[in-house]
Design a protein. Structure first.
Length: 197
């Protein structure tokens, strides 16, 4: 990222710009689908600059996954908050948001799960586990507010629907996948709250 003559270098801004550009490339191509030289060319930085900010390609991958996980968690929490107080509406909002993501032309599945499958490194697996934990926290909150008999069990079942729908959308086509998962999720939610009555 060339710096215009007379301007100052802002390391935080440079790091953020590298991270943003690399996220798109790594998500599109996969973690192991692009070498450092090509990645640097696509991002527009030298290897030296990349290594100065991230240490290694693995350091960049970890930073990218952590930032993406944070964005996804915030995005879904915002969708739930915007849905109002009804837990069924909140749960619907999760799957409606996912369907919009599935319909994007650049959709390539869950970056965290893809990374854990591609990159058998403990640090990446830990980031993926934390990411799935964020989903569980969000879904447990919805299940608790709904009065589910066992909110933790229901949240795990809902997480299976989220991740399963994401895999199906990636490999078998996005059309209607979020809607089908949403209906199944609402059925689970309804059954779980009836058990409580």
């Amino acid at each position: 990222m060339p710096v215009a003559k007379g301007s100052t270098i802002d390391p935080a801004r440079t790091r953020a710009a590298i991270l943003e550009a690399a996220t798109l490339v790594l998500y599109e191509r996969g973690l192991d689908g692009i070498g450092v030289t090509e990645l640097c060319t696509r991002v527009g930085v030298s290897k030296e600059t990349l290594y100065r900010h991230f240490g290694t390609k693995d350091g960049l991958v970890q930073a990218m996954l952590e930032a993406r996980s944070e964005r996804v968690a915030t995005w879904l929490a915002d969708a739930v908050a915007a849905a109002g107080d009804d837990p069924a509406g909140q749960l619907s909002a999760v799957f409606d948001a996912l369907q919009r993501w599935y319909d994007e032309p650049v959709f390539r599945g869950c970056a965290m799960v893809n990374a854990a499958a591609q990159h058998h490194v403990e640090a990446v697996r830990a980031i993926t586990a934390r990411h799935l934990g964020r989903y569980l926290e969000l879904l447990t909150g919805i299940a608790t507010r709904a009065g589910a008999a066992d909110p933790h069990v229901l949240a795990r079942q809902l997480l299976m629907l989220v991740e399963g729908a994401t895999v199906v959308a990636e490999h078998l086509g996005a059309a209607g996948t979020g809607e089908h998962a949403r209906r199944a999720a609402l059925t689970l939610l309804s059954a779980s709250t009836r058990e409580q009555s």
